[in-house]
Design a protein around this ligand. Structure first.
Ligand code: HEM
Ligand code: ZN
Length: 179
């Protein structure tokens, strides 16, 4: 995973638990904590940091990773506002993630390992995102969707089934904009 993602995890932990909290996480995970945003670091290291953060913050992994996704959406908006500004609404934005946003990200970071999304647009207010990635970070995807919804001022309901964590070969997340 790219250093930029580690930077964001640090920002989130620091925002709630200060530099001391982040240093405690680094120490317990045995990580040096020096990340260059464009460089790739082992997924295991991010996993270890998340596991320690789960302990330090006394949350379950799904909740923490979801919150991280919400936080990341805000950070992405600060770093790449153009992707959000290019879409008029939440569903159009989410629809652009696979073929526009992540495609551009790949140009920026040629060795990025990005997930694959395919889409079903049920109607004006409903869309399903089918998620495939060996990392099985569907809770992160849900958090990113939720954080993006907040950006557009939309209220949504999500329905997540099937799920790779239950043995399926992909996750489907159905999003319904309620207002
Ligand atoms: C401006 C918006 C966005 C930008 C700039 C962006 C960029 C990125 C970057 C840099 C990574 C890390 C890749 C790596 O470390 O190799 C990533 C991963 C990921 N992105 Fe996005 N992304 C955006 C929006 C979204 C949204 C809205 C979703 C949710 C549906 C999403 C889903 C994911 C997931 C789930 C991963 C984790 C990698 C995996 O599952 O294998 N992204 N994205
Ligand atoms: Zn899932």
């Amino acid at each position: 995973m790219k250093g930029v993602v580690f930077d964001m995890l640090r920002d989130m932990v620091e925002a709630s638990w200060g530099l001391e909290g982040w240093n405690a996480v680094l120490e317990e995970a045995g990580s040096e904590g020096l990340y260059i945003s464009t460089q790739t670091y082992p997924d295991e290291e991010l996993q270890a940091l998340v596991e320690v953060a789960v302990k330090v913050t006394d949350q379950d992994a799904a909740t923490l990773v979801f919150s991280f996704g919400e936080f990341m959406a805000g950070e992405f908006y600060q770093r790449f506002p153009g992707f959000f500004d290019a879409a008029d609404n939440l569903l159009d934005f989410l629809y652009s993630v696979d073929q526009i946003v992540h495609l551009e990200v790949r140009k920026l970071y040629p060795d990025a390992q990005l997930p694959e999304f395919t889409y079903n647009r049920e109607n004006a207010d409903e869309m399903t995102m089918h998620y495939r990635s060996p990392r099985k970070l569907c809770w992160l995807a849900e958090g990113l969707i939720s954080g993006s919804a907040r950006h557009y001022g939309s209220f949504i309901e999500m329905h997540h089934s099937p799920c790779m964590h239950d043995g399926a070969d992909h996750c489907s997340i159905r999003i319904r904009v309620v207002e």
